[in-house]
Design a protein around this ligand. Structure first.
Ligand SMILES: Nc1ncnc2c1ncn2[C@@H]1O[C@H](COP(=O)(O)OP(=O)(O)OP(=O)(O)O)[C@@H](O)[C@H]1O
Length: 316
């Protein structure tokens, strides 16, 4: 690695020492012989264009923030030759945890100086915003239903102030108390290639081993190295399906849950059934809008800094 850009979410987590930290991160790169540039965001959504502009002049672009920052930086890097790196400064840091990165930002950066770029597949979601179709990529998860409603309610600034435990408590209450209408889920199985139709009150498509905290077993067991998508569909009614999903996943009995279908797919499409009800969708923990949404896997879409040789297998 000769040149690296740090894209820093100036509002991630609850850091008061950000300026000093950015200086220390830049120094750590320079001391390793890497020419470093740091750019701080000034507004939500800006990390994407900063990363896209940095991609053609950097070997690696580090998303310094939480999963929302990784998500934005990813949008700017798909299809480029710059590798994605992560410096965890967020609240949940699910992607960084799944990469087995230290949660100490400097240590995480130093770890990745010994990593190598490896092409990974990413999810691609398409949905409508206003009049236009939007395409976005994800590395942690895509979901619709309760998790979409959760991130819709917990807007970014408020969420950061809440911290992890308050966030989980809020999530649990919302999942168990709110009404969630059924929507249609159409998916193509990765083994037979057949299209199957199902009704769901929640879909979750995870690309990581663990979503962390109370979500750790809900949509777990996938990896960014896998060449298909792991889809978890909770079947209606929500008042039975959602508590059963929470309870049985905690004790490792997902396979015994009659209200849960876990299937490996190459693509899926979620469409509302009741037009007077909105079903919220999220990507990597960021609210993106309402159903309909279609999702597929884009092979070898982006380079990710990963442990060398067999250490990478720890992600699977
Ligand atoms: N300068 C900024 N001012 C306000 N919001 C910003 C700024 N830069 C980035 N954001 C927004 O902050 C939001 C949250 O960022 P991020 O996900 O990185 O942190 P987090 O929520 O603390 O971490 P995690 O997602 O891991 O829990 C993102 O939606 C991003 O668009």
């Amino acid at each position: 690695m000769h040149r690296a850009t740090l894209v820093v979410n100036a509002s991630a987590g609850r850091r008061k020492d950000l300026q000093m930290l950015v200086h220390a991160l830049t120094q750590a790169l320079e001391q390793s012989g890497v020419q470093a540039t740091a750019v701080l965001t000034t507004a939500a959504g800006e990390a994407q264009s900063i990363a896209a502009a940095a991609a053609n002049k950097s070997d690696a672009v580090f998303a310094c923030g939480g999963d929302g920052t990784v998500h934005e930086v990813l949008q700017g890097l798909v299809g480029t030759t710059a590798a994605l790196g992560v410096v965890p400064l967020g609240t949940a840091n699910v992607f960084a945890r799944n990469l087995h990165l230290s949660l100490n930002p400097i240590k995480a950066l130093e770890q990745q100086l010994n990593f190598e770029p490896r092409a990974i597949s990413v999810g691609e979601a398409r949905y409508i915003t206003g009049e236009s179709e939007v395409t976005r990529y994800f590395t942690v998860m895509a979901g619709a239903g309760p998790d979409g409603a959760l991130v819709y309610r917990l807007l970014a600034g408020k969420r950061s102030k809440l911290g992890r435990s308050a966030y989980y408590a809020h999530a649990l209450r919302l999942f168990l108390m709110r009404k969630f209408p059924a929507f249609q889920v159409k998916y193509r199985t990765s083994d037979s290639g057949k299209w199957v139709e199902q009704r769901g009150v929640s879909v979750m498509c995870s690309r990581v081993v663990s979503l962390g905290g109370i979500f750790s077993r809900l949509g777990s067991g996938s990896s960014p190295l896998e060449s298909d998508l792991l889809l978890s569909i909770v079947k209606p009614p929500a008042r039975v399906g959602l508590p059963a999903w929470f309870a049985l996943s905690r004790i490792g009995l997902n396979s015994q849950n009659p209200w849960l279908e876990e299937v490996r797919v190459s693509e899926f499409l979620c469409t509302p059934i009741e037009t007077n009800h909105r079903t919220h969708a999220e990507l990597d923990g960021e609210w993106v809008g309402n159903l309909p949404m279609s999702v597929r896997l884009i092979p070898q879409a982006v380079l990710l800094l990963m442990p060398k040789n067999n250490l990478a297998e720890r992600m699977t």
